[in-house]
Design a protein around this ligand. Structure first.
Ligand code: ZN
Length: 359
């Protein structure tokens, strides 16, 4: 077995920060570097400069075997282009090939939520399952689909945009243009919206935490208040958790997976979110008595899941393209010479060469 001392790197390209990490073949992050994302209203090359700086810093002169990019945007089904990214300047651009040319190493491009799902299904909460649906709860809801241990991207590369499944006809308007999307009821934004709506009508420490300005209320404030036993904050989590379970029931109806993994910033609330979600899932699920209800598991890899998944994807790409020892035996001049000599003498070496050939 060949031991390589080359680094496989994952880079998570988010709306606010770029996080690069060297990842070993157990999915462990060895070290990281970060940069601020230059924003949307700059030229693409400024974002690519930031990625290049983060890559150079994290590898510190180590030879690089490959780089996986987990991008917060729509990536086409072939993994070549970023079609659109709400917080990045990339618009239908061949990001993968351009960075591969610039860096001179293999580059793989994947949507960040899909990369995180791949990481959780490979090294994290879903590693014992074949079919894993991951839901990422941040300000909105993202997701990834792993079926038979393979990423399902869909025709346009847009599969897994669970946040925009409609759960309430004519419900709350969504930035996508629709109404009643799941993420309007179960997400960081939904949590804060509910908590804000109660300030002033019910006694709550949230009022103090936001200094009497509901507009300044944040998710971490609601989490801190819930931890301190504030009833309004706890009710906010219960509501968001129940809606989480309702949406997950739809995903189970569609995919019948072995497990559901919930990650993202809001999932740090743990059981405060997941207990009401499990109850709602069981109540909302079709034929719940006649089936094994999948477990709702907290994600295990944290905010580094995207870069871990992307680095694993490029590691696999490189491994698949490397000539295997068996093929080497068939193809190389030395092996051909051995076979020719064995053929001429007609002895046991010939049969040995044949055996090699037939593998
Ligand atoms: Zn929507």
């Amino acid at each position: 077995m060949v031991v390589t001392r080359q680094a496989y790197v994952g880079i998570d390209v988010g709306g606010t920060k770029v996080l690069a990490g060297i990842v070993d073949h157990f999915g462990r992050v060895q070290r990281t570097s970060r940069r601020t994302t230059p924003g949307r209203r700059v030229e693409s090359r400024h974002v690519e400069d930031a990625l290049t700086e983060a890559l150079a810093e994290v590898t510190e002169g180590l030879p690089v075997a490959g780089v996986g990019l987990a991008a917060a945007g729509f990536v086409d089904a072939t993994g070549e282009r970023v079609m659109f990214a709400p917080h990045l300047p990339w618009l239908d651009e061949p990001v993968r090939a351009r960075l591969e040319d610039r860096w001179g190493v293999p580059v793989v491009l994947e949507n960040d939520a899909t990369a995180a799902a791949h990481a959780e299904a490979t090294y994290g909460a879903g590693r014992h399952a074949n079919d894993v649906i991951m839901v990422t709860m941040g300000t909105g809801i993202g997701g990834g689909i792993i079926l038979e241990r393979r990423i399902h991207r869909g025709r346009n590369g847009m599969a897994g945009e669970f946040g925009h499944m409609q759960v309430v006809p004519d419900g709350i308007p969504c930035e996508c243009g629709g109404h009643g999307c799941w993420e309007q009821y179960s997400s960081g934004n939904a949590l804060v919206r509910y908590a804000r709506s109660r300030i002033g009508s019910q006694p709550t420490v949230l009022e103090e935490l936001c200094s009497g300005r509901p507009a300044d209320l944040t998710g971490p404030m609601v989490n801190a208040a819930a931890e301190d036993g504030d009833l309004v904050a706890q009710e906010a989590f219960r509501q968001v958790g129940e809606w989480l379970g309702v949406g997950l029931a739809n995903l189970v109806a569609a995919f019948d997976p072995e497990c559901l993994v919930v990650g993202g910033g809001v999932s740090a609330a743990g059981d405060r979110l997941l207990v009401p979600a499990r109850t709602a899932l069981t109540h909302s699920l079709v034929a719940a008595g006649q089936r094994t209800v999948p477990a709702i598991l907290p994600a295990q890899l944290g905010p580094e899941a995207g870069l871990v998944g992307a680095s694993d994807l490029v590691r696999r790409r490189v491994a698949a393209s490397t000539i295997s020892p068996r093929r080497w035996l068939r193809k190389t001049p030395v092996a051909k010479g051995l076979r020719a000599r064995a053929k001429a003498s007609g002895g046991t070496a010939n049969r040995a060469a044949d055996r090699r050939e037939s593998r």
